[in-house]
Design a protein around this ligand. Sequence first.
Ligand code: ATP
Ligand code: FE2
Length: 319
Amino acid sequence: MKIVLGIESTAHTFGIGITRGNKVLANVKKNYTTEKGGIIPVEAARHHEKHYKEIIEQALLEAKLKIENINLIAFSQGPGLSPCLRVGLQAVKELHQKYKIPFIGVNHCVAHLEVGKAVTKAKDPVLLYVSGANTQVIAFEGGKYRIFGETLDQGTGNFLDSFARYIGLGFPGGPKIAELAEKSNNYIELPYSVKGMDISFTGMLTKLKQMYDSKKYKTEDLAYSLQETAFAMLLEVAERAMAHCNKNELLLGGGVACNKRLKEMANIMCKERNAKCFIPENSLLVDNGAMIAITGAKFYNPKKKYILDIKPYERTDDV
Ligand code: ATP
Ligand code: FE2
């Protein structure tokens, strides 16, 4: 069985995972964070550049391995921020040149799906992938990965983070909104926006900001209603994709899937339609190197020639 080192560097996380088969031997990461405002790509890249060597060393230490034991390097090729992706690429280049280790580039969104399949018992699931920048419902159909629904404007995490920042909760906002929401069960109606199989959050965000500014509502009620509405939208689309593809497994992926209420609602939806709900542990839901390693191992073909490049705009359905 191959020992694979996976490199994740699409956005604010630089992660190194080491796997053998579906076993995760190490999964180390460091996040670029900001006090205010969103991610500045060049600064995130600078952060990754500063730390990548020590993260590789730490992962090897944790796995009790030496770099000479690594049989394959997998790296996230896209979609993501070019400056960040380039740091990952640089690391692959160095390791490949110095130690002659073969490499493969993988799609980040597909990796969220593949790691879930590898560590749970899901066989052919519909993936609800909800992170900061991405929100997609993905399934493998007709020989390729297809997107059945997605956000038309912003990712769920960015939406949560924007509102959290607006009300002074800081970044990342998802967990802070979740904490607030737990203090309420008073539902206030918010714009519910599902268009066909796609969703949008901008209307809800504008409304929430207005409601907050009016000072007529408790912030915990807003946080609670936001979660109930946004997660219902996500699960409506996921459920329709399951019905459409005739699949009876749902898999969650992405940082927002760490949310307890989303997990609970996903479990309820699956129970109601006699389907199974699979949720990997939180460290594999967020961006991480192990998911890249596991995906690389699955697709690597020694007869194929791989190119060292990045694909910042690669879509799931181009894979
Ligand atoms: P991608 O590059 O795939 O878009 P990402 O860079 O956004 O990923 P992730 O770690 O997948 O990184 O997700 C981060 C997002 O998850 C943030 O927006 C954060 O607010 C959100 N998040 C984390 N924990 C929770 C939680 N418990 N509830 C809701 N949202 C959460
Ligand atoms: Fe991600």
